[in-house]
Design a protein around this ligand. Structure first.
Ligand SMILES: [Fe+2]
Length: 289
């Protein structure tokens, strides 16, 4: 017998053919004005009130951060890639004050001795969504510095230095911009010679079988109070194997967006319980890989 679907909320929109092609080519996608000025003001206030420069697992610290777990401006994109096993792997914000000396040199996010890219040429095993909360109209403001297309590069001679790279670009965006970064993209942080503190939020997503990097386990009692979608995205499973085999009540995560989309036609007939079937992610369905 098929387990009845408790999912009632369809996933918000994600990639188009064009935006996926750009993301797969560049390893970064920039979406201006993803957040309203009011939300940006709220998040800037939440960062200032929190007070630390780079805390982890912030979604549990302030309701305004909790709202970001499944924010409709970005969650549809990562759902397109990770589908029914989508998990929030890490949340943090950064405050980069004027004149800060310590800043990240050339690196890519994720494991180094055995990078994700060894296993995954076609798709990223993590995607980092970032919201930029303060104006970045010029270089020298603690901007993200990145090399377009470098998510396909295993090595960078400038690794662990701030040596300029001929193809480097600085992120120039308005407050409220969203960026999506493919795990493996080479990046560093610019100096902040301005008189303003750069503030931004990072949210990393992947399949639930990739480990979290900001917590061992979210507080189950806290997670249980969240909306159904947020609770699932936190994957606060006290039984570790549930990150590999999600419980029946957590599948599907979202209702179908429309007839024929992910969730509506999982493979295998009714004798296989829904949570044990193979679903096709939107990226698979659209044959983007
Ligand atoms: Fe990084």
């Amino acid at each position: 017998m098929q387990t009845p679907s408790p999912a009632t909320v369809p996933a918000p929109p994600g990639f188009t053919d064009e935006s996926w092609a750009a993301f797969a080519r560049d390893g970064i996608l920039v979406i201006e004005d993803a957040l309203s000025p009011a939300v940006v003001a709220d998040l800037n206030d939440a960062v200032v009130r929190h007070g630390e420069d780079n805390p982890l697992h912030i979604v549990a610290d302030d309701e305004r951060f909790t709202e970001l777990i499944d924010h409709p401006a970005h969650i549809g994109f990562v759902y397109d890639v990770y589908g029914e096993m989508l998990k929030l792997l890490r949340s943090e914000y950064f405050r980069r004050e004027p004149g800060t000396i310590v800043r990240n040199s050339w690196h890519f996010d994720g494991p180094r001795p055995l990078p994700f890219s060894v296993f995954t040429g076609a798709l990223p095993l993590r995607i980092k969504a970032a919201y930029w909360l303060t104006p970045l109209p010029t270089a020298g403001m603690g901007n993200l510095v990145f090399i377009r297309g470098s998510h396909r590069w295993d090595f960078l001679p400038e690794y662990q230095t701030h040596e300029p790279h001929p193809q480097e670009e600085r992120l120039i965006v308005r407050p409220g911009a969203l960026t999506l970064m493919w795990s493996g993209l080479w990046h560093r942080v610019d100096v902040n010679d301005s008189d303003t503190t750069r503030q931004n939020i990072f949210l990393e997503y992947g399949p639930s079988w990739v480990v979290t990097s900001d917590r061992q386990l979210a507080e189950p009692a806290w997670a249980a109070e969240l909306s159904r979608e947020r609770r699932i995205l936190m994957r606060a499973y006290e039984e570790a194997n549930e990150c590999i085999k999600p419980p029946a009540r957590d599948v599907p995560l979202y209702a179908p967006r429309d007839a024929g989309s992910a969730g509506s036609h999982p493979h295998y007939p009714d004798h296989v319980p829904l949570h044990l079937r193979k679903f096709s992610t939107p990226v698979e369905q659209r044959k983007w890989v």
